[in-house]
Design a protein around this ligand. Structure first.
Ligand code: SF4
Ligand code: SF4
Length: 165
């Protein structure tokens, strides 16, 4: 996995223009069954990819924290929301709460998340490859394929499947 993660940014860069064109076409005319196709591709990929061997999202980016996330997680720590914010978060250029530093403070050396049951929504949903209307998040996906090997594989498989319709 380590080798694969090292090569991933370059692999994503090599495919960037091709993927960008693919998503531009997809946005104009998404297949009617796109949600079903994405669900299948997502499930197939995550049957093979073990996030516990990777954790690259937790190591390199970290999520944004919504007010609900902050409320839930601070309660878990028996902290006041503001105390949680002061300890762990900062506001980024988009005015969102994000981690003060990466790798995420809550990631263990064994790649387990110490707040798994109450983790932010963005962590639960990453890399968003099973969301509905996937064509709407192409810019985000083009970034995620350089971080997440599963997202990279899903997009490559998607291009094969949809371009060869
Ligand atoms: S979601 Fe992607 S980047 Fe995160 S641990 Fe799983 S495979 Fe790795
Ligand atoms: S909260 Fe948990 S799942 Fe989210 S980035 Fe941190 S370690 Fe990963």
């Amino acid at each position: 996995m380590e080798e694969l993660l090292k090569q991933l940014p370059q692999k994503a860069k090599d495919k960037h223009n091709e993927s960008k064109k693919f998503f531009a076409k997809l946005k104009k005319k998404p297949p009617r069954n796109l949600d079903v196709v994405m669900q299948q591709l997502h499930e197939e990929e995550f049957q093979q990819t073990d996030c516990l061997k990777c954790a690259n999202c937790c190591k390199t980016t970290g999520p944004l924290f919504t007010d609900k996330d902050i409320e839930r997680i601070s309660k878990h720590f028996k902290m006041k929301p503001q105390q949680f914010i002061n300890t762990y978060l900062r506001i980024d250029e988009d005015k969102d709460y994000v981690l003060q530093s990466v790798p995420c403070t809550f990631l263990g050396a064994d790649n387990y998340c110490s707040i798994y049951d109450v983790r932010p929504k963005a962590c639960r949903e990453f890399p968003h490859t099973d969301r509905k209307k996937f064509q709407q998040i192409s810019n985000l996906t083009l970034k995620n394929v350089a971080i997440c090997p599963a997202a990279f594989n899903i997009v490559e498989r998607m291009k094969e499947l949809i371009e060869n319709r």
